[in-house]
Design a protein around this ligand. Structure first.
Ligand code: SF4
Length: 372
């Protein structure tokens, strides 16, 4: 099984915290779709005889493409790859684009999951982040998608925003769980070097929330998700039963995936990683998408297995570690895990090692203890 990721590197404007590769040069959308289709066709041999069970169109802002352009890309993927009939097909959308689409415009697109970048329902914080939607637009967007028949909607929220209090976060969670969506991704705000937000922090214009508040916000998130019947299946991801993101889950289980577009990453499921260069102009001009390749060593593969395994509620399959990396490495893992198991931070269940609920906030420290 494999996944396909398509990167759409266009945004109407840039949000201050974002370090994803995207540009506001929207005039190049048509040429970009053609270049994408070229890459999709050129790389089909990489997944010969492998069935595709997930497609994810992310960005940037995929909802800036017209339905025709999205259809064109999806049809090309179906034409060139063995896409399962019940494949999960996700498109990321910004709330304002859901409202702006003419009714019925989505009908031809074979999309069964939508991921909406809401981030917060607080107007002041939305403006600070330079998001283009209002809280009301976000709610309307969810309602319109539900009215159109979408029953697999994910929303993104960010917590730990400058000036965000526990009360404001609680209000965001109330709104989020009141919408009847099936999936929630919630991330702590990070100040990525080079972003406008990072510069504002450097100049003292905004301040990071303190660690205690951030931990409290995460704990509230976990509690509220549980009360709403959501499963906490990955550190930042919560889903109603049966509604996990199959696409993202395959990243954590080491399945192969192909990423198309500038800045997109691919993995062959063995040890080769590919990163397309994050350069739209070069991508549009090149016959073959420019990329760099990396061959992972056994040590790097082990570290990834630990990191990805511990991020998820499924944890690390201990037999699998022994099978892939040998007895010595398996002994090392058990030895390093032992003090955490004794302290209740790690749990072994049915041959799998996973974080206890209380240890989710210190997952980074535990991961680095188990890594090489
Ligand atoms: S957060 Fe999304 S919409 Fe905002 S700049 Fe980044 S990719 Fe574009």
């Amino acid at each position: 099984m494999a996944g396909l990721y398509v990167h759409i590197p266009f945004c109407k404007s840039r949000c201050i915290y974002c370090d994803f590769y995207s540009t506001t040069r929207e005039a190049e959308k048509e040429a970009y779709v053609n270049a994408l289709c070229r890459e999709i066709t050129a790389r089909k041999r990489e997944l010969a005889h492998t069935r595709v069970h997930t497609i994810y169109i992310g960005g940037g802002t995929p909802s800036l493409l017209s339905s025709e352009q999205l259809n064109h890309i999806l049809c090309k993927l179906h034409e060139e790859y063995e896409v399962e009939e019940d494949a999960e097909v996700t498109v990321e959308m910004n709330p304002e684009d859901v409202i702006n689409k003419e009714s019925g415009e989505n009908e031809k697109v074979q999309v069964n999951r939508v991921s909406l970048g809401i981030q917060t329902f607080d107007e002041k914080l939305l403006r600070l982040l330079r998001r283009r939607h209002t809280a009301q637009t976000a709610v309307r967007a969810v309602r319109e998608l539900q009215d159109t028949g979408f029953d697999n909607i994910s929303i993104d929220l960010i917590y730990g925003l400058p000036g965000q209090t526990m009360e404001l976060w609680e209000r965001d969670l109330d709104k989020a769980f009141g919408l009847g969506v099936q999936h929630l991704s919630a991330y702590a705000l990070s100040y990525e070097e080079g972003t406008p937000l990072w510069r504002m922090q450097q100049q003292g214009e905004v301040r990071e929330v303190n660690e205690i508040l951030s931990v409290n916000m995460f704990e509230l998130l976990c509690r509220r998700a549980k009360e709403a019947g959501f499963l906490h299946y990955e550190i930042s991801n919560f889903a109603q039963p049966g509604r996990r993101s199959r696409h993202n889950s395959s990243y954590w289980t080491g399945e192969p995936y192909l990423g198309f577009g500038p800045g997109a990453h691919s993995y062959d499921g063995q040890r080769i990683r590919r990163a397309n260069n994050a350069d739209l102009s070069a991508y549009l001009q090149a016959e073959v998408a420019p990329a760099t390749f990396e061959t992972l060593t056994n040590e790097e593969l082990y570290d990834e297995a630990v990191m990805c395994g511990l991020r998820t509620a499924r944890g690390i399959d201990l037999c699998e570690v022994e099978r892939r990396f040998g007895q010595q490495r398996s002994d090392y893992l058990q030895q390093m895990a032992h003090p955490h198991i004794k302290a209740g931070r790690l749990v072994v269940e049915e041959g799998r090692l996973h974080l206890s609920e209380d240890a989710l906030m210190v997952s980074d420290d535990i991961m680095s203890d188990l890594m090489l």
